[in-house]
Design a protein around this ligand. Structure first.
Ligand code: ADP
Ligand code: MG
Length: 336
């Protein structure tokens, strides 16, 4: 009722639980009235789908928003921020030197499910602020690769180095803290949260409201106040990407992030994605079916087939590789 995922409200809820009966006792009111107080809070939570913490935050936000709007209207006339303004934010990054060490280095990765070798001796290196495409037919082992690298399959063999540090034996949470983040092929956002509380829950760091709001706009996500239950699946996946980006990872692995989007949204997503590395100083590994998107955003490509690396290297080289054309696609999409 108070909003247990908000740390202050969890504490407040606990205090309330103790304080209400104590106060009633002190005032000589029968203790049963305590149930009425909690009952009323319960009705508020159930009917609004919200809670006390979000309610108070909502009032506070609306006020700051109004004040800020008034201020900016005074300063610059009444010009609202458009998506283009967000795109125009200067990018601070200098180019990555050619001999820079890889930020993620995976070597000899193997995963076995019973008799099935889902991954067999898979190695790859991801350069800082680069975007690597991980492609391959269904069942090739792409999601298994993400699970193994992010620590969800501790039985894997091989090594995972993040900025030269061996993280092979670390838990998923420890890997995330070290700067390796991933999203899932199926969206995992809890629908009862607002966009903002979800992002804060994922990032676990202090983020300025404006920074959060800018990043959401940048990635084409709804406003921070929107409830996730009102958001369609494709957009939820974008919010997952935004939250992961705001966590400030060194490497971000995205498992088919654009799967739920329309064709136009898909193209726009590609444009936005290609600007993430320099804007947020992170490297990206993306699993993606749409080869047009892969062509426009990925500098390097790794092709998986039956758990093995079929081809690897600069984008054009890989897409022109006869083995890739023959074994993987060899269809109209590829020859276009
Ligand atoms: P992709 O993401 O490339 O479509 P996956 O990594 O999901 O492929 O799957 C690779 C292979 O491993 C498939 O043959 C799949 O059936 C199998 N597989 C994936 N996860 C498991 C599991 N938990 N147990 C058994 N087999 C699995
Ligand atoms: Mg998959």
């Amino acid at each position: 009722m108070s909003g247990a995922y908000l740390i202050d409200m969890a504490i407040f809820g606990g205090v309330l639980w103790v304080l209400v009966p104590e106060l009633l006792k002190k005032w000589g009111v029968p203790q049963d009235w305590g149930f009425v107080v909690f009952g009323l809070l319960g009705i508020q939570a159930l009917t609004s789908g919200s809670n006390l913490g979000e309610g108070i935050r909502g009032i506070f936000r609306a006020r700051t928003k109004k004040r800020k709007e008034a201020e900016s209207a005074l300063i610059a006339g009444d010009v609202g921020t458009s998506v283009l303004d967000v795109f125009a934010v200067p990018e601070a990054a200098e180019p990555v030197p050619a001999d820079a060490p890889p930020v993620l280095e995976v070597s000899g990765l193997g995963v076995q499910f019973g008799a099935l070798k889902a991954l067999d001796d898979v190695s790859l290196r991801v350069r800082p602020r680069s975007i690597m495409g991980l492609i391959g037919p269904n069942g090739a082992g792409k999601s298994t690769f993400v699970d193994a690298v992010s620590g969800f399959l501790p039985q894997h063999t091989g090594k995972v180095l993040l900025e030269g540090e061996d993280i092979t034996r670390k838990t998923p949470a420890a890997r995330a803290r070290h700067g390796l983040r991933r999203t899932f092929q199926q969206d995992r956002v809890p629908p009862q949260l607002t966009v903002e509380s979800y992002v804060r829950f994922v990032t676990r760091t202090r983020i300025d409201y404006d920074e959060l709001s800018d990043a959401l706009t940048f990635l084409g996500c709804p406003s921070p106040e929107e409830r996730l239950s009102n958001v369609d699946v494709g957009t939820r996946r974008l919010i997952e990407v935004a939250a992961a980006v705001l966590a400030g990872p060194k490497v971000l692995i995205l498992d088919e992030p654009a799967a739920g989007l329309s064709h136009e949204e898909h193209l726009l997503f590609g444009q936005r994605l290609s600007r993430i590395p320099s804007r947020f100083n992170t490297a990206i590994v993306i699993i993606e079916h749409d080869l047009d998107l892969v062509r426009t955003v990925c500098t390097e490509i790794t092709v998986l087939d039956f758990g093995r690396v079929l081809a690897q290297g600069p984008q054009q080289e890989v897409l022109d590789n006869p083995a890739v054309i023959a074994a993987y696609m060899g269809d109209a999409e590829m020859s276009s």
